[in-house]
Design a protein around this ligand. Structure first.
Ligand code: AMP
Length: 398
């Protein structure tokens, strides 16, 4: 069976067609500027030179999904002969709240539950819903499965997920820490024990998903015991454009002194902070290039980034009760070997050591020295495959 995996944003839509016989990606693509002048479409059929790329205005996600299906079945440059080959659609959905602890088939009832969680993810949840509704409109006979970014973190105990605010905000408003990047953390949590040669239930490790968005998770016996993101993806380490942890009183102080309202303030913390706020760019490569030329602000941003990750690794080493491994993944974790080495350099006092010969781009597995007290690994993440796997599992039971 082939599964169409959809990751719908407010004005973009990423897709992958995955053949579940061998879990290979047949085609992948991106639609950008949906609902904005100059919608751009691009699809690649993997293992071939077939590319479809064009600019044509698309008013909404339904038009975008129609374009995806046209491209996938294109006679010359498509990936499949007919839509019959697609068994189901799997959707990345931002927020499952406490309602969804795992993936679900989209039904009238579960859709209601997803819609009820819009207030917890006002920017992303409506886009995810639009993606599901677009598939229902264009392919009414195909089942849809919702896979939540928060679900894998639902095993966190109250001591990790409660904020120190009046309890009624948790009971009445569901204000708590949820965590995100769940499909990535879950994928890496599944892969890591294979490299450690242990059963998942016998492993304790720390996952560092370091990309434009970044989060760490503490895993014990295959389950999350803590993670750095909170009610929203704003909490935690420094990111490309997000601040990570800040004293909440900073908001009032900045707002009083600039005249910004709370929406502008949160927009600033989400989109204009992190690397972008402290230095010249949200992109690690640009920040590094600037620092290499002697830009002190860029160097300070890199130092903050590194130090905060080291602090969380220290905290999560306690959370798991002594980690067997630290795992790097996502754009920076997979590609920037020097940044990973810098993070680990701060753990030298604990006997954690990188082996420079193993710490190469493209190396998948252990990159620490043989005598390192905690193993260090680099494992490329795959955020789409868990979505496709869950979708297959759920629709196979129909
Ligand atoms: P992601 O959000 O996982 O796609 O990761 C994006 C981040 O990875 C950006 O900050 C990029 O600068 C960073 N990145 C990607 N490739 C490299 C590389 N070769 N060296 C350093 N950083 C990289």
């Amino acid at each position: 069976m082939k599964i169409l995996v959809i990751n719908a944003g407010s004005s973009s839509l990423k897709f992958q067609l995955i053949d579940m016989d061998d879990e290979s990606v047949k085609a992948k693509g991106l639609v950008e500027r949906i609902g904005i002048e100059g919608t751009h479409f691009k699809q690649n059929v993997l293992g071939t030179d077939k590319v479809i790329e064009f600019t044509r205005n698309m008013a909404d996600h339904t038009e975008a999904i129609s374009a995806v299906l046209e491209a996938l079945t294109d006679k010359e440059n498509g990936a499949i002969n007919s839509l019959d080959e697609i068994g189901a659609c799997g959707h990345r959905v931002l927020h499952g709240g406490e309602t969804f602890k795992g993936s679900v088939l989209v039904t009238e009832e579960t859709m209601k539950g997803i819609e009820e969680l819009v207030p917890l993810g006002p920017l992303h949840q409506p886009a995810n819903i639009a993606g599901i509704k677009a598939c229902q409109a264009v392919m009414p006979t195909k089942p849809n499965v919702a896979v939540f970014d928060t679900a894998f973190h639902q095993t966190m105990p109250p001591k990790a997920f409660l904020y120190g605010v009046p309890y009624e905000y948790y009971t009445n408003l569901k204000v708590r820490r949820y965590g995100f990047h769940g499909t990535s953390h879950r994928f890496i949590a599944g892969e890591t024990p294979k490299y450690l040669g242990k059963k998942p239930e016998d492993c304790k490790f720390i996952i560092c998903h370091l990309g434009n968005g970044s989060s760490l998770s503490a895993i014990v016996g295959g389950k999350v015991v803590d993670t750095t993101m909170g009610l929203t993806p704003l909490e935690g380490v420094l990111m490309g454009t997000r601040s990570g942890d800040v004293d909440p009183a900073v908001l009032e102080y900045i707002m009083d002194n600039t005249g910004m309202d709370i929406h502008q303030m949160l927009n600033c913390l989400n989109k204009k902070s992190g690397f972008a706020g402290l230095s010249c760019s949200s992109d690690m490569r640009d920040v590094k290039a600037a620092a290499a030329k002697g830009d002190a602000q860029a160097q300070a941003a890199l130092d903050v980034w590194c130090y905060r990750i080291q602090k969380y690794i220290g905290a999560y080493n306690v959370a798991v009760g002594g980690a067997d491994a630290i795992v790097f993944t996502a754009g920076i974790g997979e590609n920037d070997t020097a940044a990973c080495a810098d993070v680990i350099a701060g753990l030298a006092f604990m006997g954690v050591k990188i082996d420079p010969a193993k710490n190469q781009r493209g190396v998948c597995g252990i990159i620490s020295a043989d005598d390192s007290t905690i193993k260090v690994l680099r494992i490329p993440t795959n955020e789409e495959l868990p979505i496709a796997r869950d979708t297959l599992e759920i629709v196979s039971k129909l």
